[in-house]
Design a protein around this ligand. Structure first.
Ligand code: FES
Length: 140
């Protein structure tokens, strides 16, 4: 992690109200993780304790403590997608993912009426059935 880039991200958000979450998202996006060093720098910049920052990092599924190089498939497991049958698709998706793909649960992708839904990178996939989800995981 290049420290000057991290400081630039911190400086960009530091003066704003409610800076912590946007700052964490920006660091996660830039580095693929939020390391203990980044947590410490953010805590210092926002005048928070490291424990407070770490608590937020560990609470949200969006933040990861170490870079995971595997491709990510985000599968919505929130209520509307549950009602539309996502849980029945999970075992096949997990089997297809094995250790190669990071199959991540997310909670609402904003397409509730057409679930089950998933996201790969910036692309959304709606109305998944087992075969389409398995194909998505295999091609990730
Ligand atoms: S609940 Fe799955 S997209 Fe909203």
């Amino acid at each position: 992690m290049d420290h000057s880039d991290l400081q630039a991200i911190i400086a960009e958000h530091a003066g704003r109200k409610g800076a912590l979450l946007p700052m964490l998202h920006a660091v996660q996006k830039a580095y693929g993780c939020i390391t203990p060093e980044a947590e410490a720098a953010i805590a210092e910049a926002l005048n928070l304790s490291r424990a407070e920052v770490h608590g937020v990092v560990s609470f949200y599924h969006d933040f990861t403590p170490a870079h995971d190089p595997r491709p990510v498939v985000e599968l919505c497991r929130a209520e509307a997608c549950k009602a539309r049958g996502v849980e029945a698709l999970v075992p096949a998706a997990e089997a297809a993912a094995g250790g190669r793909v990071n199959l991540k649960a997310v909670y609402c992708l904003g397409l509730c009426s057409v679930g089950p839904n998933a996201r790969v990178g910036d692309e959304l996939f709606a109305g998944l059935n087992e075969a389409r989800l398995v194909e998505l995981v295999q091609s990730a």
